[in-house]
Design a protein around this ligand. Sequence first.
Ligand code: SF4
Length: 444
Amino acid sequence: MTDDSTTLRAAYYTLGCKLNYAETSAIGRMLAERGVVRARGGEAPDICVVNTCSVTETADKKGRRLIRSLAARYPDATMVVTGCYAQLKPEEVAAVEGVDIVLGSDEKLRMADFIDAWRRDRIRRVEVTPALDINTFRPSCERGDRTRYWLKVQDGCDYFCTYCTIPFARGRSRSGRTAELVEMARRVAAEGGKEIVLTGVNVGCFGLDTGESFLDLLKALDGVEGIERYRISSIEPNLLTEEIVTWIARESRAFMPSFHVPLQSGSDAVLRLMNRRYDTALFASRIQFIRSMIPDAFIAADIIAGARGETPGEWEKSLAFAEASGVDRLHVFPYSERPGTRALGIDHIVSQEEKHRRVAALSLLSDRLMRRRLQEMAGETRPVLWEHPASPEDTVMHGHTDNYIRVSAPADPRLYNMVTPTLLTGLDPEEEETMAGVPQTDTI
Ligand code: SF4
């Protein structure tokens, strides 16, 4: 895909989740196969690709703001917008000044063809397949940050939680095939990759559409030589079965002792209103089971503050449960009203002010839990995978322990992309939620 005389340059912008980042990389790779190079810092791109998120009203707003600022900065660039916001509200996105092409979830991996067509006829296009008709799945495995790879194993969701628009943005649950995903992991190993994070919208639903099993996928990936670490990005508590936890604890070679399990509310009444597939008793039993099998596992949970139906009484229950649940960290999200969701029919509405108060209380709780956990780990020696820093001039490097604690140490290029035993000396006074570490390099 070249102009008459020049090579086209594209710049990529991503909002939202890891899955979006992995997909943007896949789009970049696909355009590169058609001769489009990545615009370097300072170069004006010929094409701007914006991969949007629509998890909240704020995410939509961020998307519009980003598109407008890019259009003002690069008025001659072709502006392509895709992602969940484009899928859910294509006309709203198309109405933002400067947008040339809007592509839905199914169309984004044919982006090169749409850009070609635009460059031929300059006709603006809005191409979006209704989400519930999408049944294609394209696995992708991309370097998500400077060291880790993200392997997309599943897309879409059939759960239809009452507050969530994702099933309408990404369609029904569908999965990759184990053999293909294992092949991708082998390619990562051949490139020198050491860690892979399994991503998806609802990864625990892997295989329900193909007859394969999630646990069998984990076992097959575990056998790929060269990959030293795997993590599951996030998994619903009802799908993180005791069988999976037992296998990770007793047999797995490379699945790490870190888990991210959405809670969303610590009130059973609110969980029912949300149409979640578990109650607090099941959540608590999963966390206890993980702790009994893998005592040093680090467990994070998502929680929503101020959802509809979260009356003062239910809020008190939610906060108390979150504190007692045994998780080490909370990712706190304020409830966001999304047009078209069933949650809008739920009666009790929490005021903005009260919602902010609840977010602050949960964030404080999370800080306390996390700090306590980090302090307990001071003095331990744990394996850390050191990451390439953002700039070669950086004097500090970062890495993560097996149980996903962020660690800092003076930069040492010999250690980038290597796993070393590392003494955790205590909380890093310079950086939040980070331990200071001393790599034990005498074995290198
Ligand atoms: S499980 Fe619920 S919250 Fe998660 S993507 Fe599916 S519908 Fe949304």
